[in-house]
Structures are given as structure tokens and as C-alpha cells.
Design a protein around this ligand. Structure first.
Ligand code: SF4
Length: 351
């Protein structure tokens, strides 16, 4: 019952409270031990059975005999001139993913990865140059939060304020693990983080957005848009060919209708590609489908990319145009560029 198949123990973080409770009962223990185990896993984030100090030693031994429990470890750490910190996390199977911690004005944002590599091949993104290896488990995603949380306390003496799924990978290709991790992050029995402090950023997979809408999720949704022109977007992000803008618009309308949450759009401004007033006009026309805000991001040069950063003048003209239409626009300056930790730069160069 507790083994997946011959010789292979089940990862205890893939097991729900009902199954753990029936396991502890089968060991002759009281059912409340199941709740204690869940708390060790998802409230305290331990990745070692021996640290479950309020369990009887014999139950800890039974757990070791029937389940595996292992987590991410910090392998590398780099600190940028602007205090952004990038971590290389080693998974139990030796693969590396990256996470970033961005301090700003008394707040610390954690940028989380959802996959090892990414299959979507966006032309502006360094992660796309890595081999797409596998999805992270909910436990591995959760580990990033715990490790970045501890590192934030240590470095800045403060908790993480925001969590964004903007690291390596497309979160909606790993739907169950990402939403599973978020549910442990937000649950009162887990970390108790407000869903308003969590943002899932997607390249625009319409089926996944529709599923989020139907499930009425409470966290924020950001779309990595970068142009509101179908032809240009398909050249930049191949995923647009199977998820064209009209279909994306329909899924976003549904998301807003079901959740009432304002959509965020991420828009990397690239010189002579998507920085003209015509591009701004197309963007405004697309974004008006629901209440939204637009985050304009400085493009970071990525090795081998044909794109370049726009000029400050063009960026200002772009902003002025959108603001003249009463749109909410934020400019995101790049952080951690010198350590390849900025948006679109994660490519495991640290280790
Ligand atoms: S931008 Fe995001 S979806 Fe596109 S290749 Fe990079 S990690 Fe994948």
C-alpha cells in the first residue's frame, strides 16, 4: 500500500493526510500522529525524518522504512551589486534549478522555478537554451520557498514578502505540482502565506488558464506577453502558435470573470521589435479586455539572442502613451544582471 512499485519507496510528500493517517494507525499509533507528520513536512519544511522530534523513535524508523524524504540543497550562491541573490539548488537526483531573491524597499521577493529547463523555447530567454529535463515536484517547489525564506531571514532579517513563479520553466506545464505547492504555501496548516502575495506567470497556455479560472484560484496571474501582435508573438514565443492571442484573450476574460483578479502583463521592451507607438496601441487594445496592469521590463541582453534593450526615450514614449489611456503601468528595472539573475537570464551558469 505504501510502496509505488517493487523496491521503490514512495516520496512522503506525494502522500496526503488520509494516507499518512492510515499508515500511522497501521503502525499502532494514534491518528493525530498523521497531522503531526504533515506539520513537519508542510509547516516546518523538514526534509529529514530524524528532525520530527515529537514523534516516537519507532514511528520515525517505520517512516524511513516505508517512505523517502529528501529535499533541495543550496549548491551555489551569488550576490549581485544591487544585493539580488541567486541560488543554485541541487535536486536529490543531482539536477540544478535556480531561484532568486530580490530585496527592494524593505520587501524581499522570491522568484521560484517550476521545471528543470523549459521546453517552450522563447527566443529572448536563457533558460530555453538548457535541455528541458523534468518537472519539479510540489515538495521541490516548496523547498525553494523554505530555503529562500531562511536565507532572507539570515541576510535581511525579514520574511519573504512576495513569491513569483517567474524562474525556470512554464508553471502551467507542471500544473499539479505548482498548484499543490501553492496550496501548502497558503494553507493555515502550511506556511499561511496570503495568496495575494503569490503570482504565477505563464507564457499563455490557454488550457491551464481556463483550469485556473474554473478552480477559482486566489493567487495572481501574470502573462508573459511581450507583444500583442500574433505574428510577432509567434516568432518570439513558439507557444503562441498553438495558443494564439484571440484564444488567450478568451481564457483571460474567463479568469477575470471567475476570480475577479486583475491580470498582470509582463512586457520586455526590445529595440525595434516591440517598442513603437504602434506596438503600444496594439498592447492597449489587447489589455483592455479586463482590468489589468502592465509591467514594462528592461530587456536583459542574453547570449546568442538577436534582441536588444530599447532606449530610455522610447521607453518613456511607450509609458506616456499607455498612461494617456489611463492604463496602470509600472516600469521594472532589471535586477541582478551582473550575476545573470535578471528576468530571462536563468541558465545555471553559476555552477
Ligand atoms: S520565458 Fe519562461 S516559458 Fe519561455 S522559455 Fe523561458 S522559462 Fe520557458
Amino acid at each position: 500500500m505504501f510502496c509505488t512499485f517493487a523496491g521503490m519507496l514512495k516520496d512522503i510528500r506525494q502522500v496526503d493526510v488520509t494516507e499518512i493517517t492510515s499508515f500511522v494507525k497501521a503502525q499502532g499509533e494514534k491518528p493525530f500522529r498523521g497531522r503531526q507528520i504533515m506539520e513537519w513536512l508542510w509547516k516546518n519544511g523538514v526534509t529529514d525524518f530524524d528532525r520530527m522530534s515529537n514523534l516516537p523513535a519507532r514511528l520515525r524508523e517505520s517512516l524511513k522504512e516505508h517512505f523517502t524524504l529528501s529535499g533541495l540543497l543550496i549548491k551555489t550562491e551569488q550576490i549581485s551589486k544591487d544585493k539580488t541573490r541567486k541560488f543554485g539548488f541541487r535536486c536529490p537526483d543531482g539536477l540544478i534549478v535556480e531561484g532568486v531573491q530580490i530585496p527592494s524597499q524593505g520587501r524581499v521577493t522570491a522568484c521560484l522555478s517550476s521545471q528543470v529547463g523549459c521546453p517552450l523555447n522563447c527566443s529572448f530567454c536563457a533558460t530555453a537554451s538548457l535541455k528541458s529535463r523534468r518537472n519539479l515536484s510540489a515538495g521541490e517547489i516548496f523547498d525553494q520557498v523554505i530555503l529562500l525564506q531562511d536565507a532572507s531571514q539570515e541576510a535581511y532579517g525579514t520574511h519573504l514578502s512576495n513569491h513569483v513563479f517567474m524562474g525556470m520553466g512554464e508553471p502551467l506545464l507542471n500544473y499539479d505540482s505548482v498548484t499543490g505547492a501553492i496550496s501548502h504555501m497558503t494553507s493555515e496548516k502550511g506556511l499561511g502565506i496570503s495568496p495575494r502575495r503569490i503570482t504565477l506567470s505563464t507564457a499563455g497556455l490557454t488550457k491551464g488558464i481556463t483550469r485556473l479560472a474554473r478552480e477559482k484560484v486566489k493567487f495572481n496571474l501574470a502573462i508573459s506577453l511581450h507583444t500583442a501582435n500574433d505574428l510577432k508573438r509567434s516568432s518570439l514565443m513558439p507557444v503562441n502558435k498553438s495558443n494564439p492571442l484571440p484564444e488567450l484573450a478568451e481564457s483571460l476574460k474567463l479568469f477575470y470573470q471567475e476570480t475577479g483578479t486583475r491580470i498582470s502583463y509582463e512586457y520586455l521592451l526590445m529595440k525595434d521589435f516591440n517598442d513603437s507607438l504602434r506596438d503600444a496601441r496594439e498592447l492597449a487594445a489587447f489589455c483592455k479586455i479586463t482590468p489589468c496592469k502592465i509591467n514594462l521590463i528592461e530587456y536583459n541582453e542574453v547570449e546568442g539572442s538577436i534582441h536588444h534593450k530599447t532606449t530610455p526615450e522610447k521607453m518613456q514614449a511607450f509609458v506616456d502613451f499607455l498612461e494617456s489611456l489611463n492604463m496602470i503601468v509600472n516600469i521594472r528595472r532589471s535586477r541582478g544582471q551582473d550575476i545573470d539573475a535578471a528576468c530571462g537570464q536563468l541558465a545555471c551558469k553559476s555552477g
